[in-house]
Design a protein around this ligand. Structure first.
Ligand SMILES: Cc1cc2nc3c(=O)[nH]c(=O)nc-3n(C[C@H](O)[C@H](O)[C@H](O)COP(=O)(O)O)c2cc1C
Length: 177
C-alpha cells in the first residue's frame, strides 16, 4: 500500500476487533510514524505510549463512557506538551494533529484499524487525566487522544465525504478551472 492508497483506505473504525495481539515491532513502527510528523519550530511536543498489557488496557477501558475500540488488543495514547513556540504562539495542537494522522496512516498500512478518539477523552469528564494517571504521565503532559490498534473483526461503515468541488479549487475561491 503506498501513501495515497493508505489515505484512501483509512477510516474511523468503531466495531469489534479480533483477539490477535499486535506485535511490538508493529507498535514501534506506528509510533515511529508519529515521531516522523512535522512540528512547529521542531519542538516535537507530541509523545506516545503504546499499551498492550491486558491489565492496563482493562483499567483504561473501565474509564471510558463510550466503548470505542475497547476490544482492540492495543492502544496508542497520545501525549501533548503545551510549549511556547515562535513569538509566544503555541503549535502543540497542530503538532499532535499531524502526528495522529501519520499514526493512522501507518496503522492502515500495516493492515489494522483504528479511530481518533479525542472528544470523549478531553471533554468535561477529563477522562484523559485519569488515563494519564494510570500510565504515570507527569502533570505537564496532557493525554489528548487514544487510538485503538488491532485487526478489525468486520468492515465498518464509511462516512460520506463532501464532493471535491465543494472543498478544493484552483486559483480562486470556488473557481474550478
Ligand atoms: C479532533 C478529532 C476528534 C475526534 N474524536 C472522536 C471521538 O471522540 N470519538 C469518535 O468515535 N471519533 C472521533 N473522531 C473521529 C471522527 O468522528 C471521524 O474522523 C469523522 O467522522 C470522519 O470519519 P472518517 O475518519 O471515517 O473519515 C475524531 C476526529 C478528530 C479529527
Amino acid at each position: 500500500m503506498n501513501t495515497l492508497e493508505a489515505m484512501a483506505a483509512r477510516y474511523s473504525y468503531r466495531g469489534t476487533y479480533q483477539n490477535t495481539p499486535v506485535p511490538r515491532e508493529h507498535l514501534m513502527k506506528i509510533m515511529e510514524a508519529g515521531c516522523a510528523a512535522p512540528s512547529g519550530c521542531n519542538l516535537q511536543t507530541t509523545s506516545f505510549i503504546a499499551v498492550d498489557d491486558p491489565e492496563t488496557l482493562a483499567r483504561l477501558h473501565a474509564l471510558l463512557r463510550k466503548p470505542v475500540g475497547i476490544t482492540a488488543p492495543a492502544m496508542i495514547c497520545v501525549l501533548s506538551q503545551k510549549l511556547p513556540s515562535y513569538h509566544g504562539r503555541y503549535y502543540h495542537v497542530q503538532d499532535y494533529g499531524a502526528a495522529i494522522e501519520n499514526i493512522l496512516l501507518a496503522i492502515t498500512d500495516l493492515g489494522y484499524a483504528s479511530c481518533w478518539v479525542e472528544g470523549y477523552v478531553t471533554d468535561e469528564h477529563a477522562i484523559g487525566r485519569k488515563m494519564a494517571d494510570i500510565l504515570h504521565v507527569p502533570e505537564e503532559y496532557d493525554l489528548v487522544a487514544y487510538l485503538p490498534v488491532g485487526i478489525p473483526a468486520e468492515e465498518g461503515p464509511r462516512v460520506k465525504k463532501k464532493p471535491l468541488t465543494d472543498r478544493a479549487w484552483f486559483n480562486a475561491f470556488r473557481k474550478t478551472q
